[in-house]
Design a protein around this ligand. Structure first.
Ligand code: E4P
Length: 222
């Protein structure tokens, strides 16, 4: 399972990219708006910084306008993926962009039924939102598992991108369910690294090492 950052912050992207584990980036209009900069500049910088796929979301609502915007976004870089919402117009745009060999991420997916539609429209990937399902007392992981299972049964090529992940166990359970990609905010990515026993263990190793150095230095100067 590839690990993506769900952000439009170039600082966050550079930090995780330096760890050598960043598979790609997903953005959405909220995340781009949060940067307070020209969206085109933000997208181009991310596309250049990241080797893997970067999802850029359309903001028009009707199919013709989405296709137009999608073509423009796709032309920004070979790693650009056009994100369209799970609406009738979004499906129309997805299938038309797919026919032009433009890769599409169908977003705002909350059910297995919607995931079937995304696959039939030729989406490159589908984004079920786990955290937002959990927020309304549904089971996000259960929906993700169903989507992964039915894609396997049907032999769909569409990749499953687990989105709206809120904590490390969402990431672990997405991997177990068979998701191809997991996208998460910077704080969740950081939490994947941390474990209190790692910190304690490292402190202990370094203290013991320092003790040995002090002992040897003492012997040498005696
Ligand atoms: C995915 O592509 C979305 O940008 C994202 O995961 C939404 O997550 P949120 O529910 O934390 O806003």
């Amino acid at each position: 399972m590839r690990l993506f950052l769900d952000t439009a912050s170039i600082e966050e992207i550079r930090t995780v990219n330096a760890w050598g584990v960043l598979g790609g980036v997903t953005t959405n209009p909220t995340l781009v708006a949060r940067e307070g900069l020209d969206p085109d500049e933000v997208w181009k910088e991310i596309l250049t910084e990241v080797k893997g796929d970067v999802s850029l979301e359309v903001t028009d609502l009707d199919a013709d306008a989405m296709v137009e915007q999608g073509r423009r976004l796709a032309s920004m870089g070979p790693n650009a993926i056009v994100k369209v919402p799970m609406t009738p117009d979004g499906l129309t745009a997805a299938s038309r962009l797919h026919a032009e060999s433009i890769r599409v991420n169908v977003t705002l997916v909350f059910s297995a039924a919607q995931a079937i539609l995304a696959a039939e429209a030729g989406a490159y990937c589908v984004s079920p939102f786990l955290g937002r399902l959990d927020d309304v007392a549904s089971d996000g992981i259960d929906v993700l598992r169903t989507i992964c299972d039915l894609y396997a049964v049907q032999g769909y090529d569409t990749k499953v991108l687990a989105a709206s992940l809120r904590h490390p166990m969402h990431v672990v359970e997405s991997a177990l369910a068979g998701a191809d990609i997991a996208t998460m905010p910077f704080d969740v990515f950081t939490k994947l690294v941390k474990h209190p026993l790692t910190d304690l263990g490292l402190d202990r190793f370094l203290a013991d090492w320092q003790g040995l150095r002090t002992e040897l230095d003492g012997e040498a100067s005696a």
